[in-house]
Design a protein around this ligand. Structure first.
Ligand code: MN
Ligand code: MN
Length: 468
């Protein structure tokens, strides 16, 4: 009070009329700060066992079951209070709860995030040896800076369907005692030519070959002895033959685990914050938040390559699910969609003072200033973007204000410098009001990305508020 009385007229007026972004760590009470840090522990555990969309999906199903959710199949009856999960091909999952409000008037409240992340996929005929080393050939997945994926420890994750139709899950390289895999880079001593290239050509895609072995099979009469050793190990461990790679989905992902970063542990470094830093809060908020609304958390696949295919959000299966829910509740699906609201929950670029030239300071997302709303994404004049309406942004703003959510708003970089897209436009197409909301990330799409624990928790709080 005394402090307030000392303020001048102008200072008071400025406070009343001006907008200022807030640092959430600074705003948080002691209790809330503790909550920020303890929530991050669960998130790190989730990251370490969810390096592919299949693993994230499995985690979500496990968490759902543990919290009384049961599996839903098309055509099932639904009633108020039901807690359900719907799995799509083991690669995406939708959790939902049936609320007491009339869905024709209230619609659904939807959070849509993705659980796939950039990585190095293994080709269908990948195995060869050359000059004492056995490699796997690869085809990268999503938008990566290829040179960042060399000379780091990699783990091999994925699924192989054998000739008899049986399925084998492969996961090697995350445990302390397991071997890792590796992509070579050139030594600087011989790198003069390489160093003169621009970074996009620094490592060619066809040079991203993964080292998998070096031990020759002990038989002088055979050729490709190192490859044979690799095949033998795969055969002993998984019953695999070389031909089984044809029906496999294997990926090399960073073998790093999620770690606190900084003396004060404010940040988390990890592989795949994009977009598990939104998927995890979506999952936990949906599990925890009892709501009068009918609410859905969609954890989808294939966002990094355009939301295509049977597991990307453009697939009809998600619409079918919403229609089935509406039908089961005796509601007109078109009315339900028209009344629904969606947070398209994906990460955005955090302002980086080391690369300030690509950001417009007033409209950038700052780490620790809370989860970030992007009214629009896209590139060059908002092209390819869902540009949310002022009315809808106003509605969400009010929800956040009522629940004390610390949040910010931003665009992805300076106008005309670059851009990006999310699943927002595909949901909006269904006549569902949608806006982007997600955590600012440093070094997005790098093998090890950085986020602030405050932003993670703010995202979770925003979802709790939205679903309430
Ligand atoms: Mn993303
Ligand atoms: Mn991405």
């Amino acid at each position: 009070m005394a402090k307030d009385e000392k303020k001048t007229e102008g200072q008071k007026l400025q406070e009343k009329l001006s907008y200022k972004r807030k640092n959430y760590f600074e705003e948080a009470s002691k209790e809330e700060r503790d909550a920020i840090f303890s929530y991050a522990e669960g998130y790190k555990r989730f990251l370490d066992v969810s390096k592919t969309e299949r693993e994230a999906c499995e985690y979500a199903v496990r968490a759902a079951k543990e919290n009384g959710f049961t599996e839903y199949f098309f055509g099932d009856k639904l009633k108020k209070g039901d807690k359900k999960y719907f799995v799509n091909r083991g690669k995406s999952v939708v959790l939902f709860r049936v609320g007491s409000k009339n869905p024709e008037q209230d619609g659904f409240r939807i959070i849509a995030s993705h659980i796939d992340a950039p990585r190095i996929d293994i080709k269908q005929n990948p195995l060869y040896e050359d000059s004492g080393v056995c490699f796997l050939k690869t085809h990268y997945y999503g938008g990566i800076k290829k040179y960042q994926w060399t000379a780091i420890p990699l783990a091999l994750h994925g699924t192989v369907i054998l000739s008899d139709g049986s399925k084998k899950e492969i996961r090697i390289g995350d445990e302390e005692n397991e071997p890792v895999f590796y992509i070579n880079d050139l030594l600087p001593h011989l790198g003069a030519d390489q160093m003169s290239k621009n970074a996009g050509r620094f490592i060619d895609a066809e040079q991203l070959n993964v080292v998998v072995g070096g031990l020759p099979y002990p038989d002088k009469e055979t050729s490709n002895k190192i490859k044979l050793t690799a095949l033998k190990i795969l055969n002993e461990k998984y019953g695999m033959c070389e031909e089984d790679f044809l029906s496999s989905e294997l990926s090399a992902v960073p073998a790093f685990s999620a770690r606190d970063v900084g003396l004060d542990r404010a940040f988390i470094g990890a592989y795949g914050h994009d977009d598990r830093v939104c998927a995890y809060p979506a999952l936990t908020a949906l599990i925890e938040q009892d709501s009068e609304h009918t609410v859905l958390a969609m954890l989808v696949d294939k966002e990094e390559i355009g939301s295509e295919g049977t597991t990307g959000i453009q697939c009809k299966v998600y619409e079918d699910l919403m229609e089935e829910i509406a039908l089961a509740l005796g509601a007109n699906y078109r009315k339900v969609r028209a009344a629904s609201k969606c947070l398209s929950s994906d990460v955005t670029a955090a302002y980086d003072s080391n690369f300030s030239e690509v950001f417009e300071k007033m409209n950038a997302a700052y780490v620790s200033c809370g989860t970030c709303m992007s009214k629009f994404t896209g590139a060059r004049g908002k092209s390819g973007s869902n540009d949310a309406s002022a009315e809808f942004v106003g509605e969400i703003r009010k929800i956040f204000a009522d629940e004390g959510v610390v949040w910010q708003t931003a665009e992805l970089g300076k106008v005309d410098v670059g851009g990006g897209g999310t699943v927002a436009k595909f949901v909006a197409k269904l006549n569902i009001d949608t806006v982007d909301l997600g955590v600012p990330v440093l070094s997005m799409h790098a093998p090890y990305e950085l986020i602030s624990k405050a932003d993670l928790y703010s995202n979770y709080k925003a979802f709790l508020a939205f679903l309430k």
